[in-house]
Design a protein. Structure first.
Length: 135
């Protein structure tokens, strides 16, 4: 059973954003499944590598669309993105230094963050982006 299931609560209706969110959910679920099989340590590095790439690409994409749409809370949304990017950087640093054993805490943090962020913060921009033809 996946840790996160894509439901209507996690669908923005903006195809490019929903596709990227699915990639993140898939990565989180792969990590969770690996941990259930006792292979979590093998999946941490690929998940962290994915996250570093993901935050750069996805957050830039969202922020470009918000800028184009003139979204009023762009600064607040971008601040949340920066906070997540900082947290991912801390996880990578802790993992590479060997100072933290990761797995459950990483998947729980990611699952909680993505669900909360999409349902609260991302859904707030949907109408503005759709009004400007975001895809």
């Amino acid at each position: 059973m996946p840790l996160i299931t894509i439901t209507s609560k996690l669908i923005t209706g903006i195809p490019s954003i929903d596709a990227q969110h699915r990639q993140l959910v898939d990565a989180i679920n792969q990590l969770h499944e690996a941990m259930k099989q006792g292979k979590g340590r093998d999946q941490i590095a690929p998940t962290l590598d994915f996250l570093v790439r993901y935050v750069g690409e996805h957050f830039s994409h969202e922020e470009r669309l918000m800028t184009k749409a003139g979204y009023a809370d762009l600064a607040g949304h971008a601040a949340q993105h920066q906070g997540f990017t900082t947290k991912v950087g801390e996880m990578v640093k802790a993992y590479k230094s060997g100072s933290a054993v990761m797995g459950v805490e990483v998947s729980r943090f990611l699952a909680n963050w993505i669900q909360d962020h999409i349902q609260r913060t991302d859904m707030a921009y949907v109408a503005a982006l759709k009004a400007h033809g975001a895809t």
